[in-house]
Design a protein. Structure first.
Length: 267
């Protein structure tokens, strides 16, 4: 394809992805009452003493336009999530023609794994959110009373989900570095204590609530996922050692010039 054809292809993919996001946002807007119930569920499960209006689970808005703008914002977030299969497929379809068959298989495996890990992080964030809210709102004692606004609560909710979901991609990065030959299983085993310590420090700093329960809710699954990533790396390294390195670059030292490999590469 020429450059102009690539640009036209990119424009078509972007238009389809944008249309899917718009449709997903409209669908989410229609069901925004159900989405509100799902999002506010962790807050509503708290005992009445954590709310200013103890008889009801109420999140307030201040401005005249706030009810509409926060509903639209919530619908946009949900629309991005609902339409993700479509716009991710458009990204995949645009990139795939430039990859070899083996690279396509690897890329597809990593995309599928990243989606599963992202969803798992979202679920864990949702489960632990109630404890984080309980910890933060427990400081509203005496003359202090918590009256949460929905925009602030929505920002907290999205931040929690993103931190957990993105953090759960950590083992995928380790496996990718191992497959690329940058990081070996032996190095991972040698650095394991430091990596686990860094995971707990990251969890303590990155979580919006920064309470111990939420920190452990992020750090413990990340530690488990690191162990799984190490196991995958160890299996890959053992298989690589059994097969041996048959390339023209085998046995070369770091400061030695490598010969040119003129052999054609099959697509």
């Amino acid at each position: 394809m020429t450059l102009a054809e690539h640009l036209r292809e990119l424009r078509r993919r972007v238009v389809i992805a944008a249309a899917a996001i718009v449709v997903g946002t409209i669908i989410a807007f229609v069901f925004h009452h159900w989405l509100l119930n799902v999002i506010t569920h962790p807050y509503c499960r708290l005992p009445a003493k954590y709310r200013l209006v103890s008889s009801r689970c109420t999140l307030v808005v201040i401005g005249v336009l706030d009810p509409f703008t926060v509903t639209l914002r919530l619908s946009l977030y949900a629309g991005l999530l609902v339409s993700s299969p479509v716009w991710l497929w458009q990204v995949w379809a645009f990139v795939t023609p430039g990859l070899y068959q083996r690279e396509r298989r690897w890329a597809l495996s990593f995309v599928g794994s990243s989606l599963v890990l992202f969803a798992a992080g979202t679920v864990v964030a949702y489960i632990t959110m109630e404890n984080g809210l309980r910890f933060l709102l427990s400081f509203a004692t005496g003359d202090l009373a918590s009256l949460l606004t929905f925009p602030n609560y929505l920002s907290y909710f999205v931040a929690m989900v993103l931190v957990f979901a993105v953090s759960f991609e950590f083992p995928l990065a380790i496996v990718l570095l191992n497959l690329a030959g940058v990081l070996s299983a032996q190095q991972l085993r040698r650095w394991a204590r430091g990596i686990i310590f860094g995971v707990f420090v990251f969890a303590a700093v990155a979580t919006p609530s920064q309470d111990p329960i939420t920190m452990l809710g992020l750090a413990l699954p990340m530690t488990l996922l690191f162990g799984i990533a190490y196991a995958v790396a160890a299996v890959h390294d053992r298989g690589k050692a059994r097969r041996g390195d048959g390339s023209v670059y085998a046995g070369l030292s770091d400061d030695e010039l490598s010969p040119l490999d003129d052999a054609p590469v099959a697509p």
